[in-house]
Write a protein that binds this ligand. Sequence first.
Ligand code: ATP
Length: 231
Amino acid sequence: MMLEVDRLTAGYGRIRVLHDVSLTVGEAEIVALVGPNGAGKSTLLRAVTAMLPDRGGSVTVDGRELIGAGVETIAAAGVAHVPEGRRLFPGLSVRDNLRLGGWLGRNKDLSGVLDLFPALAGRLDQVAGSLSGGEQQMCAIARALMSRPRLLLIDELSLGLAPVLVDEILLRLTGIAESGTGVLLVEQDAGAALEIAHRGYVLELGEITLAGTAAELTADPRMRVAYLGEE
Ligand code: ATP
């Protein structure tokens, strides 16, 4: 598997948030990570991208260990993170935000990401802070893709977006995965995430409590009651 997370522990100072979490993401695979607020989903993505100092266990991408590795190794592993809240540079143009995303991978060619997100093409000179919420999310994903990542981590894709736009962006993710990129998707709307995901994990109180193919999870009674809105 491209990403192998093995017995990962992580937290903030003395607070332990993740307890022995193991999961994998393969090449060209979309994996959904669902769970209640505060379960540790964002922490898990941060731990994979080495934004957290307090970690134990193992995180490998294509066999390369990232825990304890330097920034060069982490950058070379090709992991791109779209954090919750998008974190664009609001005062910079869309073009400059995209170019900054490509800087690490020395990619200056915007055409690939503009093909994926044509809505951005006419807005390259607009400052990112003036984009609509949906356009900002597209810009954030496009910026991450500019580094031509092997693995794309996306946090709360649908936050603040109209359902029709969520569907459109999810559809784009399918295309991104088909080109070989692995996608780990954190999403409140478990139903929407499992529609495009191949597999999924449920994270509760910092532990994986359920895992399976998207079809298995969608059919699981616990999943249906807790996350898919069944009475
Ligand atoms: P949500 O769906 O609400 O975004 P989540 O599953 O992504 O939740 P995390 O954001 O990973 O959950 O938070 C997990 C736990 O870690 C929470 O109890 C949170 O309060 C705590 N936490 C998150 N960031 C920090 C921090 N910087 N310092 C201390 N505790 C933190």
